[in-house]
Design a protein around this ligand. Structure first.
Ligand code: ADE
Length: 261
């Protein structure tokens, strides 16, 4: 394991392969269609619900993975939250473990905090991730529960070049929030809130692959409207906006070495 990690860290090849993890089908569809990516039915083991689409864009290999639908409770909704997020990204990173200059982008929707300057439709690059619902009040476990991971890629330059905002993404397993969540999201200094980022970044840390979060705001967490209503109202527009933002991010990172990002 140590050898693999040091090979990854020492890579000097320009980034030419990007893994894009998108939880929901509706979020992924416009981008997959825009890039003419093809479904790869051999990417994941046949018993998992996840989907993979691949192709090339501007000379770079692009793989998009999504969580697929829930077949266990037979609800047919998209799998979401930290469990599918960690597993889909772990399996995809294992599959691509021999790619030396891989970057993972977690693209999707998020709630935004107006106290941090977020507005509906804004695109954020995440400077770091943390959990707000892993409360383990035993001193040694507290930092583990929060699971803070700083983004190793310098997103400030990229955000300035592409006109995006930046900030920490706080992750939990609920679309809504409790008062206790509020305290922890504030402590995490979060600009945006989602249900996947910290789990995906954890899988990336295990594989020593740089993690990059690209999030479009569908609802205001500290606003006056019910999250689920705002989310559903803005999901389609946000997915279109992801489709526009993602190719710009690819263009920015492809061809650069990890330390140049
Ligand atoms: N995805 C979009 N909006 C969200 C929110 N408010 N919380 C968690 N995930 C989200």
């Amino acid at each position: 394991m140590r050898v693999v990690l040091s090979i990854r860290l020492a890579t000097t090849s320009p980034t030419n392969s990007v893994l894009i993890v998108i939880a929901m089908e509706a979020e992924a569809k416009p981008f997959v269609e825009h890039l003419d990516l093809l479904k790869d039915d051999n990417f994941f083991p046949s018993h998992v619900p996840f989907h993979a689409f691949s192709g090339t864009h501007n000379g770079s290999r692009v793989t998009v993975v999504t969580n697929g639908k829930d077949h266990i409770y037979e609800t047919g909704v998209d799998n979401c939250g930290t469990v599918p997020a960690a597993v889909v990204s772990f399996l995809a990173l294992e599959k691509l473990k021999d790619v030396p200059s891989l970057v993972l982008i977690n693209a999707g929707t998020c709630g935004g905090f107006q106290r941090k300057g977020a507005a509906i439709g804004d695109v954020f690059l995440t400077t770091g991730v943390a959990n707000h619902d892993r409360r383990i009040p035993i001193p040694d476990f507290i930092p583990y529960g929060v699971g803070k991971l700083d983004t190793k890629v310098s997103v400030l330059n990229m955000a300035a070049a592409l006109g995006f905002k930046t900030g920490v993404c706080t992750t939990g397993n609920s679309l809504d929030k409790t008062e206790e969540d509020d305290k922890h999201m504030l402590a995490n200094d979060a600009s945006v809130k989602d249900m996947e980022a910290a789990a995906i970044a954890w899988s990336c840390a295990l594989h020593q692959v740089p993690y990059l979060g690209l999030k479009v705001v569908t609802d205001i967490v500290d606003g006056n409207f019910a999250t689920q209503d705002e989310f559903l109202e803005n999901l389609h527009t946000a997915s279109q906006s992801l489709q526009k933002a993602l190719p710009n991010v690819l263009e920015y990172i492809v061809g650069k070495q990890h330390h140049e990002l």
